[in-house]
Design a protein around this ligand. Structure first.
Ligand code: HEM
Length: 490
C-alpha cells in the first residue's frame, strides 16, 4: 500500500511540477517572449524572397505612400536578408536622431561612401576619430569663417551673372549647378583650384560623382567602368591636393577657405591632419553640399517664379534691404532676408534632396506612435526615416503639398508646433547637417543677386522630381526667360 501511495505521490508531484512548469512557461512567454514578438512592427506584405527588393526598387517613397496608410508610422520591410524598419514622423523618430553611435550607427549603412571619400576619413574611421573630423567641419563652418565665404559667394554670383546678356533664355538648373560648383570650389577647395585647376578638378569630381550609382550602395567595389574611373579620379585628386597643400605649407601662406581650415586642424592628441585626410574631408564636404544646394536653389526658383504672391514678397524684402544697405550684400545682410529664407526652407521641405536617412541598430529599442501603439525594434534591423515623406505629414503641415513659405512665419511655425524632428530636410539631433548655415547663405547670395538684377519668367512647365538620382533633384531642364533690370529701391 505504501509503495503505491509513494508512487501516486510521485506521479502527483511530477504532475504538479509539470503543470507548474507549463504555467510558469506560459507566464514567462506571456510576459517576456511574446511581448517582443507581439510588439514587433507590422511587416510589409510582399512576394517571397525578392518581394521586398522589388517593392524598394519601385521607389522607396512609392512604397511609403502605399504602406503608411495601411501600417502606420512604424513598419518593417524584409529586404533580402535585411530587415528595414521605417520610423515616420516626429513621434517615433526621436530615437533615430538622438541615439548614440553605439546604439544606432551610420558606419555600416554609409560604407558605400568610402571609395569616394577615400581612406582614413568619415565612414572609414571609427566613431571617435569621425567625431574629431566632424569637429574640423564645425570649425571650418563657424560664423567668422562663413563671413569670409559669403564675400566670395557674392563675388562669384556677381561675376557669373554679369556674363549673362541683357535678355535671353537659360536652363536655370544648369546655370545654378555651374555657379554652385564655382562657389564651392572657391570657398571650400580654395583659390588654387578655382583660379588654375578648375577644369581639371571639376572633371575629376564629375568622375567621382558618376561613380556613385544605386548599385554602388550595395556593391561599392564592383569592377565596373564607372567605379574604375571613380578610383582613378580619386587618386588624381589626392595628388593635386597633396601638391597644393605642400606648396601652401612651404610658402607659409594661409588662405581664407575650408582647405586651409582642414590643413590647420589638429586631433586632440596634437596630431595634425595628413594630406590624404584633408583631401578626403574636402571631397566629403563637396559631396554633402554641392548637389543638395544646387537642387534647392533650382526648386526655390521654380516655386518663386510660379507663385506671384511669394515672388512679390521676396522682391519687397530685397527692395527694403536695398533701401537700408544699398546694393551691398554680406553675411549680416543675408541674415536679414527672412522672407527669402522661408521661401528656400519651404522648397526644401517639399523637396529634400536626401530622401532617406539610415542607421544600423545595435541594441533593442521601443517607440510609441501618436495613437499609443508601442513597438519594439530589435537590434540588427536597419532603421530608416524619410525627409521626403515625413516633411509632408498632414497632421504637422496644413495642406502639406502646397508651397506656402508663410507656414514658417511667426504665429504659425508649423515645423515647431509638433516638436523636434518635424522638419528633417537637414536631418537633426546627433548627426544634423553641419553645413546648413553655409547652404542657406549660398542660396540666398545667389537668389538675392538674381532678384535684384533680373526680371525672370519660367517658360517651361513646372519641373518634375527626378527620383532616380542618388541625390534626388529636378528632372529635365528648367527654362527661364530673363531680362536685365535693376530692382527699384523702397
Ligand atoms: C541644402 C543643402 C543641404 C542639405 C539638404 C543637407 C542635408 C543633410 C542631411 C539630411 C544630413 C543628415 C544625414 C543623416 O542624418 O544621415 C546632413 C549631414 C551633414 N551635412 Fe548636410 N546638407 C546640405 C548642405 C551641406 C553643406 C553645404 C555641407 C558642408 C559644406 C554639409 C555638410 C554636412 C555634414 C558634414 C554632415 C554630417 C553631420 C554628422 O553626421 O554629424 N551639408 N546634411
Amino acid at each position: 500500500m505504501v509503495v503505491p501511495m509513494d508512487t501516486d505521490n510521485k506521479f502527483f508531484n511530477v504532475g504538479l511540477l509539470l503543470v507548474a512548469t507549463l504555467i510558469a512557461a506560459k507566464l514567462i512567454s506571456a510576459l517576456i517572449l511574446p511581448r517582443s514578438r507581439k510588439r514587433l512592427p507590422p511587416v510589409v506584405s510582399t512576394l517571397p524572397v525578392v518581394g521586398g527588393l522589388l517593392r524598394f526598387l519601385k521607389g522607396p517613397i512609392v512604397m511609403l505612400r502605399e504602406e503608411y496608410p495601411k501600417l502606420g508610422s512604424v513598419f518593417t520591410l524584409n529586404l533580402l536578408n535585411k530587415k528595414i524598419t521605417f520610423l515616420i514622423g516626429p513621434e517615433v523618430s526621436a530615437h533615430f536622431f538622438k541615439a548614440s553611435e553605439s546604439d544606432l550607427s551610420q558606419q555600416e549603412v554609409y560604407q558605400f561612401n568610402v571609395p569616394t571619400f577615400g581612406p582614413g576619413v568619415v565612414f572609414d574611421v571609427d566613431y571617435t576619430i569621425r567625431q574629431e573630423q566632424f569637429r574640423f567641419f564645425t570649425e571650418a563652418l563657424r560664423v567668422t569663417k562663413l563671413k569670409g565665404y559669403v564675400d566670395q559667394m557674392v563675388m562669384e554670383a556677381e561675376d557669373y551673372f554679369s556674363k549673362w546678356g541683357d535678355s535671353g533664355e537659360v536652363d536655370l538648373k544648369y546655370e545654378l549647378e555651374h555657379l554652385i560648383i564655382l562657389t564651392a570650389s572657391r570657398c571650400l577647395l580654395g583659390r588654387e583650384v578655382r583660379e588654375k585647376l578648375f577644369d581639371d578638378v571639376s572633371a575629376l569630381f564629375h568622375d567621382l560623382d558618376n561613380g556613385m550609382l544605386p548599385i554602388s550602395v550595395i556593391f561599392p567595389y564592383l569592377p565596373i567602368p564607372a567605379h574604375r574611373r571613380r578610383d582613378q579620379a580619386r587618386k588624381k585628386l589626392a595628388a593635386i591636393f597633396a601638391s597644393i597643400i605642400s606648396s601652401r605649407k612651404l610658402a607659409a601662406k594661409s588662405e581664407d577657405d575650408m582647405l586651409q581650415s582642414f590643413i590647420d586642424s589638429k586631433y586632440k592628441d596634437g596630431r595634425p591632419t595628413t594630406e590624404a585626410e584633408v583631401t578626403g574631408l574636402l571631397i566629403a564636404a563637396l559631396f554633402a553640399g554641392q548637389h543638395t544646394s544646387s537642387i534647392t536653389s533650382t526648386w526655390t526658383g521654380a516655386y518663386l517664379l510660379s507663385n506671384k504672391k511669394y515672388l512679390t514678397e521676396v522682391l519687397d524684402e530685397q527692395k527694403n534691404l536695398m533701401g537700408k544697405h544699398g546694393d551691398k550684400v554680406d553675411h549680416d545682410i543675408l541674415s536679414e532676408m527672412d522672407v527669402l529664407y522661408r521661401c528656400i526652407k519651404e522648397a526644401l521641405r517639399l523637396h529634400p534632396p536626401l530622401i532617406m536617412l539610415l542607421r544600423s541598430s545595435h541594441s533593442d529599442f521601443s517607440v510609441t506612435t501618436r495613437d499609443g501603439k508601442e513597438y519594439d525594434i530589435p537590434k540588427g534591423h536597419i532603421v530608416a526615416t524619410s525627409p521626403a515623406f515625413a516633411n509632408r505629414l498632414p497632421h504637422i503641415y496644413k495642406d502639406p503639398d502646397t508651397y506656402d513659405p508663410n507656414r514658417f512665419a511667426a504665429g504659425r511655425e508649423e515645423d515647431k508646433l509638433a516638436g523636434a524632428f518635424s522638419y528633417i530636410s537637414f536631418g537633426g539631433g546627433r548627426h544634423g547637417c553641419l553645413g546648413e548655415p553655409f547652404a542657406y547663405l549660398q542660396i540666398k547670395a545667389i537668389w538675392s543677386r538674381l532678384l535684384r538684377n533680373f526680371e525672370l519668367e519660367l517658360i517651361s512647365p513646372f519641373p518634375e522630381i527626378d527620383w532616380n538620382a542618388m541625390v534626388v533633384g529636378v528632372k529635365g531642364k528648367v527654362m527661364v526667360r530673363y531680362k536685365r533690370q535693376q530692382l527699384p529701391v523702397n
